[in-house]
Design a protein around this ligand. Structure first.
Ligand code: BGC
Length: 733
C-alpha cells in the first residue's frame, strides 16, 4: 500500500504533465512581431542590450578570418560580428561579393564567377542588374552569409584605377540606378544590401592616405549622386566608408560625408562600416557618423567604451549605432529568414553568368559587316591571351575563385596574388560553332609566328587582355606585354582581323584603324568563352553600350599622369595587417580633382577632346533610326526603328543641356531605355524626366536647384550620336 502510494505520487506529476501536453511555448519576444517596422523592432531590442553587448556589436573580431584562425562560428568571410544568442541576434557573416562570392577556394566551396560589374553596367539594363544581384544574394544566403560586401559604385574618374572593373562606369545616374537595382534584388534573398566605397575612392595608388580635394557641388553632382540614387533605389542597409581622406578628413570620420549628407540630407537609416583598416579614431569617428569598425575593434572596442564612459561619445550615439545595425538586419530578414544552407545552383549560376556576358559585351567596330562570322568559315586563327584555356578575371577582394584552380598555371602576378584565369575556353567555344573549320591556336607570344598563322587563315581572332586588381592602378592605358605589336602584326597579315578585348576599363588602341572588328568583353566570367562565341557567330546580337569613355590617349585625361603617392621616407612604412608582414606607406598627399563634376564624357565634351569611343556607344548587327522627338519639362517621347534585317535591342539615350546659367558646358545623361525591336519594327518610347536629374547642387544653400530657363533635350544611340533635339522651357523652383 505504502509503496504504491509512493509510486502514484512519483507518477502523478508526469501523468498530469502528459495530460496537459508540452509546456506552453515561450511567447515570441516582441521584436519578433513582423507587423512592426524594422526600426520599431530594433528599438525594442536595443533596450534589452547591456553596455558590453552594444560595444560587441559595433566592431568585428579582427583580421583573423582572413589571415589567421577562424573565429568561432565565423564562416570565413572578410567580416564577422558575433551575434547575441540570449536575444536571438544572429551572427553577422559578411563576405566579399562584388562579382560573386569571394574566398571560396580555401574552404573548398564553389560560387559563380560572374563577369565584372562593369559588364553589368554595359548592359544599361536594370533587369540584368537584378539578375546579377539576385544571383549573388542567393549564393551568399546558400552559404550562410547574411551580408555581401559588393555594390561598388565609385565613378570612373581615373581610367587607370585598378578597381574600375568592380564599378558601374562613369555616369552617376546610370551607375546609381544599376547598383540600386542590383542591391534591391540581392536584399530579396535575405541578405543586407551594401554599397561601397563612400566616397571619392577613385584610385588605388596611395588609397589609405590620399587626401582628395574636391568642391561640394562637384562631388554632389558626380560621385555622391551615384551613391544617393543607389542607396535610395536599392533600399541599401549598409554603406562602407572608404580609406581615403576627403577635403582633409578620413572618409570614415568625415562629418560632412557621413552625418550631414548621408544620414541627414539623404535620410539613410542603415549603418556605416569602415573599409578594412579604414577607422582612425574612436570618438571622432563615432561622432562623425561611423557605426561599425571593420575588421576589428582597435578603436570601437575598449577605446569606444572609454569614450562613452567619459561622455566623449554620448550613450545615445552608441544606441543609435546599434539601432542602425539591427534595423538593417530586420529589414533584410535576418531574424525572420535565417540562413538555410544549401549547395548553390551552379546551373542557374552559369546561365546568369553567360547572359550577363552576352548582354554586357560591347561591339566597338565592325567594318564591312565582318561579324557575325558564318559557320561556313573554313579556317580561323585564334591568337593570344590564353584563349585556349580561359578568360582573365579581376583581382583583390573581388576575386572569385576559379573552379578547378587557375586555368593558366604560370600566370603573371597581380597585386595580391597571381592573375586568375577562369576556365572558360574561347577556343573550344569557337570550335564548337564552326565544327567544319580548321581552328588553330597561337599563344601570341611571338608576333611573327602569330602573323604567319593569321596569314594562312580566313579570319584571325586576336584576344588581348589588361589584367587589373585592387591595391594598384594600371601603369598606363596601353595593353601590356607587347600586345599592341601583336595586334598590329596580325592585322598586317590578315585583313579580317577581329580583336576581342578582356579589360577592366578603357585601353588605347593604336591599331584600331587596321583591324576589321573589335569586341570589348571586360572580364567576362565563367561563361566568357561561350558568350564571346555566341556574339562572334551571331547567335547573340550585341546590344551593350559603353558605360565609360575610351579616350584616344592619356594626354586627353584630366590628369595625363596618374597622381601617385610620394615614395616612402624614413619610417613611412607601417604595418597594416597585424600578424603579417604587409606594410603600407603612410605618407599623406593631396590630389585635387579640379575637373570637378566633369567626369568622363562631360570632361571630353567640355574640353573638346573627341574620344576613341564615346560613352554610350556600342554597335549591333542591325541598325536603328530615331525620329519624332517631343519633350516637355517632365517627359520625352520619340520613336526608334530597327532599320536592318536582324532582331535587336537598342539602348536609346536621352541627354540634357542645362541653361547657360548652370555653367555646365556639356550634356548629361538623364534617361534611357533598352528597346527590343524586330526587323523593320518601330516603337514609340516615353521616358520620364526626373527633376532631380535636371538640377544643379547649390553648395551655399546645401540644396538642389532646378534652374529656370531653356533646356535642350537630345535623344539617340550614344553620347556622341544624338540626332534628335528639342528645347524645353522650365519655370524653375
Ligand atoms: C577593400 C574592400 C573589401 C574589404 C574586405 C578592402 O581592402 O577595399 O572593398 O570589402 O577589403 O575584404
Amino acid at each position: 500500500m505504502k509503496s504504491s502510494l509512493v509510486l502514484a505520487l512519483l507518477i502523478a506529476p508526469a501523468f498530469l504533465a502528459a495530460q496537459a501536453g508540452p509546456p506552453p511555448a515561450k511567447p515570441a519576444p516582441p521584436w519578433m512581431n513582423k507587423s512592426l517596422s524594422p526600426d520599431e523592432r530594433a528599438a525594442l531590442l536595443v533596450k534589452q542590450l547591456t553596455f558590453d553587448e552594444k560595444i560587441s556589436m559595433v566592431h568585428g573580431t579582427g583580421w583573423d578570418a582572413l589571415f589567421g584562425e577562424l573565429p568561432l562560428r565565423s564562416l570565413g568571410g572578410a567580416g564577422f560580428v558575433p551575434g547575441i544568442p540570449r536575444l536571438g541576434i544572429p551572427d553577422l557573416q559578411m563576405a566579399d561579393a562584388a562579382v560573386g562570392v569571394a574566398r571560396g577556394a580555401v574552404f573548398g566551396r564553389y560560387t559563380t564567377p560572374l563577369p565584372s560589374t562593369v559588364a553589368e553596367a554595359a548592359s544599361w539594363d536594370p533587369k540584368v542588374a537584378r539578375e546579377y544581384g539576385a544571383l549573388i544574394g542567393r549564393e551568399l544566403h546558400d552559404q550562410g552569409y547574411n551580408m555581401g560586401l559588393g555594390g561598388g559604385v565609385n565613378l570612373t574618374r581615373e581610367p587607370r584605377n585598378g578597381r574600375n572593373f568592380e564599378y558601374q562606369g562613369e555616369d552617376p545616374i546610370l551607375a546609381g540606378k544599376l547598383v540600386g537595382a542590383e542591391m534591391k534584388a540581392l536584399s530579396e534573398q535575405g541578405v543586407i544590401p551594401h554599397i561601397k566605397h563612400y566616397a571619392i575612392n577613385d584610385q588605388e595608388n596611395g588609397r589609405n592616405f590620399v587626401n582628395i580635394k574636391i568642391d561640394k557641388r562637384a562631388m554632389r553632382e558626380s560621385d555622391l549622386l551615384a551613391f544617393e540614387i543607389g542607396i535610395e533605389e536599392g533600399g541599401v542597409g549598409a554603406v562602407m566608408c572608404s580609406y581615403n581622406k576627403v577635403n582633409g578628413d578620413y572618409a570614415c570620420e568625415n562629418d560632412y560625408l557621413l552625418n550631414q549628407v548621408l544620414k541627414k540630407q539623404w535620410g539613410f537609416p542603415g549603418f556605416v562600416l569602415s573599409d578594412w583598416g579604414g577607422t582612425h579614431s574612436s570618438a571622432k569617428a563615432a561622432n562623425a557618423g561611423l557605426d561599425m569598425e571593420q575588421p576589428g575593434g582597435d578603436y570601437f572596442g575598449k577605446e569606444l567604451k572609454k569614450d562613452v564612459d567619459s561622455r566623449a561619445v554620448p550613450a545615445a550615439r552608441l544606441d543609435d549605432m546599434v539601432q542602425r545595425i539591427l534595423r538593417s538586419e530586420f529589414a533584410a530578414g535576418l531574424f525572420d529568414r535565417p540562413a538555410d544552407r544549401q549547395a548553390p545552383d551552379i546551373f542557374h549560376g552559369l546561365e546568369v553568368a553567360q547572359h550577363v556576358a552576352e548582354q554586357g559585351s560591347v561591339l566597338l567596330k565592325n567594318a564591312g559587316g565582318q561579324l557575325p562570322l558564318a559557320a561556313s568559315v573554313r579556317s580561323i586563327a585564334v591568337i593570344g591571351s590564353h584563349a585556349d584555356v580561359g578568360v582573365v578575371s579581376g583581382g583583390g577582394s573581388a576575386q572569385v575563385d576559379p573552379p578547378g584552380g587557375n586555368a593558366v598555371s604560370n600566370a603573371g602576378q597581380a597585386v595580391f596574388g597571381p592573375i586568375v584565369w577562369q576556365p572558360s575556353s574561347p577556343l573550344k567555344a569557337i570550335r564548337a560553332k564552326a565544327p567544319h573549320a580548321k581552328v588553330e591556336f597561337d599563344p601570341g607570344t611571338d608576333p611573327a609566328a602569330a602573323a604567319k598563322l593569321a596569314q594562312a587563315s580566313d579570319v584571325a581572332i586576336v584576344f588581348v587582355n589588361q589584367p587589373a586588381s585592387e591595391g594598384g592602378d594600371l601603369a598606363s592605358l596601353s595593353l601590356p606585354d607587347n600586345q599592341d605589336a601583336l595586334v598590329s602584326a596580325v592585322a598586317a597579315a590578315n585583313p579580317h582581323t577581329i580583336v576581342v578585348l578582356e579589360t577592366g576599363g578603357p585601353v588605347t588602341m593604336p591599331w584600331i584603324d587596321r583591324v576589321s572588328a573589335a569586341l570589348e568583353t571586360w572580364f567576362p566570367g565563367i561563361r566568357g568563352g561561350e558568350a564571346i562565341a555566341n556574339i562572334l557567330f551571331g547567335d547573340v546580337n550585341p546590344s551593350a553600350k559603353l558605360p565609360l569613355t575610351f579616350p584616344k590617349s592619356e594626354q586627353d585625361l584630366p590628369r595625363p599622369k596618374l597622381a601617385e603617392q610620394p615614395p616612402a621616407g624614413e619610417g613611412d612604412m607601417v604595418p597594416f595587417i597585424p600578424g603579417t608582414d604587409f606594410k603600407i606607406n603612410k605618407r599623406s598627399f593631396d590630389v585635387a580633382y579640379d575637373e570637378g563634376l566633369k567626369v568622363g564624357y562631360k570632361w571630353y565634351e567640355a574640353e573638346n577632346k573627341p574620344p576613341l569611343f564615346a560613352f554610350g556607344f556600342g554597335l549591333s548587327y542591325t541598325t536603328y533610326a530615331y525620329s519624332d522627338l517631343k519633350a516637355s519639362a517632365t517627359s520625352v517621347t520619340f520613336s526608334v526603328k530597327n532599320t536592318g534585317s536582324r532582331a535587336g535591342a537598342e539602348t536609346a539615350q536621352v541627354y540634357v543641356n542645362l541653361p547657360a546659367a548652370a555653367g555646365e558646358p556639356f550634356h548629361r545623361l538623364v534617361a534611357w531605355e533598352k528597346i527590343a525591336l524586330a526587323p523593320g519594327e518601330t516603337k514609340s518610347v516615353t521616358l520620364t524626366l526626373d527633376p532631380h536629374y535636371l538640377s544643379i547642387f547649390n553648395a551655399d544653400r546645401e540644396a538642389w536647384e532646378l534652374l529656370p530657363g531653356r533646356y535642350t533635350v537630345s535623344a539617340g544611340g550614344s553620347s556622341s550620336d544624338l540626332p534628335l533635339h528639342a528645347a524645353v522651357e522650365i519655370a524653375g523652383r
